[in-house]
Design a binder for this molecule. Structure first.
Ligand SMILES: [Zn+2]
Length: 300
């Protein structure tokens, strides 16, 4: 299967209004889609609108009260506040689309070898609540779906966002058919981490060399016969990131991506872009686009 056959999913066709000055960089998703097209990394016929997730799939990992409470806008304001985004019909639809897009990407990766969502990696969403810009947990939904449907037996989640995936680990951290590796900033949100199968907390100002050494060592420790990888390729490790505490360069991030792709040894990879909050936001967009560039050269 060649790169031209791989499918990619986007969510920015659903616009979510944010109050002026809100620090969530909603625009990056559209800018990334435009950049990978403009740079010829992905062709227009490889890009698909993310389908909406099914309630039945969300309910594999989320409480009914939470899912229907969001749908009916009947959750108390204080339960919505930790999400950090204002509730509205567009946010609800975008959240369904983000999970649906990753579910589609996981199916497509299984079929073709590689696929990605140009969004997602919503690893802070828990069973009964969202937080940290995450409404539903896309990896948890897609992983349990593929395992329930017996399409795969074991999934390795590699989460390289600078923030620890406390939602992934609160939902999946005790399973033995899923293994979560998380490399994250010990001083970054969430301040109370939930144990993953393998957590590597790194100090502030971690640079390329320190990071890549830690990643190599962590990958060597994984003794888990996985059938596929879910890769959360957050770029908030970048030096210029406002929320991240690390000092990685574009080159360091690209070596990181390369290391993950090589580690898969031809097993399918479904990827979500994860976080990125650099100033200016174009730096984050370039870092995300670089991940796709590395993927293209690796898989071509
Ligand atoms: Zn993050």
């Amino acid at each position: 299967m060649s790169w031209e056959n791989y499918c990619f999913y986007y969510t920015d066709h659903i616009e979510v209004p944010l109050p002026p000055g809100h620090r969530f960089p909603m625009v990056k998703y559209r800018l990334l889609r435009e950049k990978v097209l403009a740079d010829g990394i992905i062709q227009a016929n490889q890009l698909f609108e993310s389908p909406l997730a099914l309630d039945d799939d969300l309910l594999r990992v989320h409480d009914e009260n939470y899912v229907y409470g969001l749908k009916n806008h009947s959750l108390p304001e204080k339960e919505l506040r930790p999400i950090g985004l204002t509730w509205g019909p567009e946010l609800l639809k975008r959240s369904y689309s983000s999970v649906g897009g990753f579910v589609a990407a996981s199916d497509s990766a299984l079929k073709n070898g590689f696929s990605a969502l140009l969004a997602g990696g919503t690893h802070h969403a828990h069973k009964d609540r969202g937080e940290g810009y995450c409404v539903f947990n896309d990896f948890a939904v897609a992983a349990t779906r593929l395992i329930d449907q017996k399409k795969v037996n074991k999934i390795l989640i590699i989460d390289l966002d600078v923030h620890q995936g406390n939602g992934n680990s609160s939902i999946l951290g005790k399973r033995d058919d899923i293994f979560i590796l998380s490399l994250h900033g010990e001083k970054n949100y969430p301040f109370r981490k939930v144990p993953s199968h393998l957590d590597v907390a790194l100090p502030e100002k971690t640079n390329d060399e320190e990071y890549l050494t830690a990643l190599r060592e962590a990958l060597q420790k994984i003794n888990f016969a996985f059938d596929m990888i879910f890769y959360q390729a957050g770029v908030d490790n970048l030096k210029e990131d406002i929320l991240g505490t690390f000092e990685l360069s574009f080159q360091g991030l690209m070596k990181r991506d390369q290391m993950v792709f090589e580690f898969a040894k031809n097993r399918p990879i479904a990827m979500a872009i994860g976080g990125g909050y650099a100033s200016p936001i174009e730096l984050t967009v370039e870092a995300h686009a670089n991940t796709f560039k590395v993927a293209k050269s690796y898989f071509s």
